[in-house]
Design a protein around this ligand. Structure first.
Ligand code: SF4
Length: 363
């Protein structure tokens, strides 16, 4: 297949669905790790085509959703420091912290700006030499290379008022944590395409070798996802557990070496706190010591001892796949995309907002 419409071909999709239905002869549970997959699965109606015995769960792959309350509170605290301009991507603005949100602080006068790329953040720093610009770096390995490049660029251009608050996350450690916890019995993972273009397929091999669970890296078109589900079902039927790449047009086993080197030059793995999963060793990225001058955590020390998650919000359980949004008592009543209580209702890729948009009355 070469053209976009070929990845949405109904006849071909129906053929794959028929095969999946024929081959599913036992209860199966697959987790789509990535929020973009969750949205694509709902939007294309894939859930309604699958056999009842096949369950799809959403996992911890939305970077906004997995950000801990402490990290959100830290970003809010930094945004209110005198002389600071906090720069971030749009979704982060509405995430409720313990006492307020970036959006509320902006309404109260804090200088908080939304950017579409990290190079815009660097430009804001260059244009405002009397201010300290803090870029709130959120996301998995997909977004990290650009954040790393921004630090190298700031160093090269001798921009001294540019800091990164790194709450970047790595995709492998939470999957290991989920498998280790064993709260949900998974037969396979639908693995994220975007992140995998950077890291390649190798870092997922532990899923099959250590836990006997299957994994297929896939793209975001309906036929990509259906083919990945078919490949997972086939693995279970064959009694095999391996990592396969469906998204071969973008993902290799080794990934993007140049991007990996840029990440490695600027960042190093560090323990990170995840919503719903707690502290996972070596699951985040912090700036290396030699870039301490660009590290917001090094330059500022902010207090977040008051952090606590919103009462009644079940984002943590939803991110672990042990609950679904419609079983949260706040879903679609107290908690809506306009008035989100938890981060899973904020991001367009959050499980709660996806259920709200596509399946409010069906699940
Ligand atoms: S519906 Fe709202 S309160 Fe409930 S888990 Fe989702 S985001 Fe949290």
């Amino acid at each position: 297949m070469r053209y976009l419409d070929e990845f949405q071909d109904r006849t071909l999709a129906q053929k794959i669905v028929t095969k999946i239905v024929q081959m599913t002869d036992r209860p199966l549970c697959f987790m789509e790790v990535c929020g973009t997959h969750t949205v694509a699965i709902f939007r294309s109606g894939i859930r309604h085509l699958l056999p009842e015995m096949l369950t799809l769960l959403s996992g911890p792959g939305c970077p906004v959703c997995v950000t801990s309350q402490k990290d959100i509170d830290k970003a809010i605290a930094l945004a209110t420091e005198p002389g600071v301009i906090l720069v971030t991507y749009g979704d982060m603005l509405k995430v409720p912290g313990t006492r307020s949100s970036l959006q509320q602080e902006r309404a109260r006068g804090a200088d908080i700006r939304v950017v579409y790329s990290v190079s815009d953040a660097l430009q804001i720093a260059a244009d405002n030499p009397a201010k300290m610009i803090v870029f709130l770096g959120v996301g998995f390995e997909t977004t990290v290379p650009n954040a790393a490049l921004s630090v190298l660029e700031a160093q090269k251009r001798k921009i001294k008022n540019y800091l990164v608050l790194s709450i970047h996350k790595l995709i492998g450690p939470p999957l290991r944590a989920l498998l280790e916890a064993g709260e949900v019995q998974l037969n396979g993972f639908i693995l994220p395409g975007h992140v995998s273009t950077i890291i390649g397929a190798r870092p997922y091999e532990f899923i099959a070798s250590d836990y006997n669970v299957s994994g297929v890296i896939t793209g975001f078109e309906p036929l990509d996802i259906l083919q990945a589900i078919y490949m997972l079902v086939q693995q279970v039927r064959d009694g095999s557990s391996k990592i396969e790449i469906q998204y071969r047009r973008a993902v290799s086993w080794e990934g993007n070496r140049v991007a990996q080197m840029v990440i490695d030059e600027v960042f190093e793995p560090a323990d990170a706190t995840w919503r719903g999963l707690g502290v996972i060793p070596q699951s985040g990225l912090r700036l290396r010591e030699k870039f301490a001058a660009f590290d917001a955590d090094h330059v500022f020390a902010v207090e977040t001892d008051f952090s606590r998650e919103p009462a009644g919000c079940r984002c943590g359980e939803i991110l672990r796949g042990v609950e679904i949004p419609s079983r949260c008592s706040l879903f679609a009543t107290v908690c809506t995309p306009e008035q989100p209580v938890g981060p899973c209702m904020v991001s367009s890729e959050g499980t709660c907002s996806t259920y709200y948009q596509y399946a409010r009355t069906q699940v």
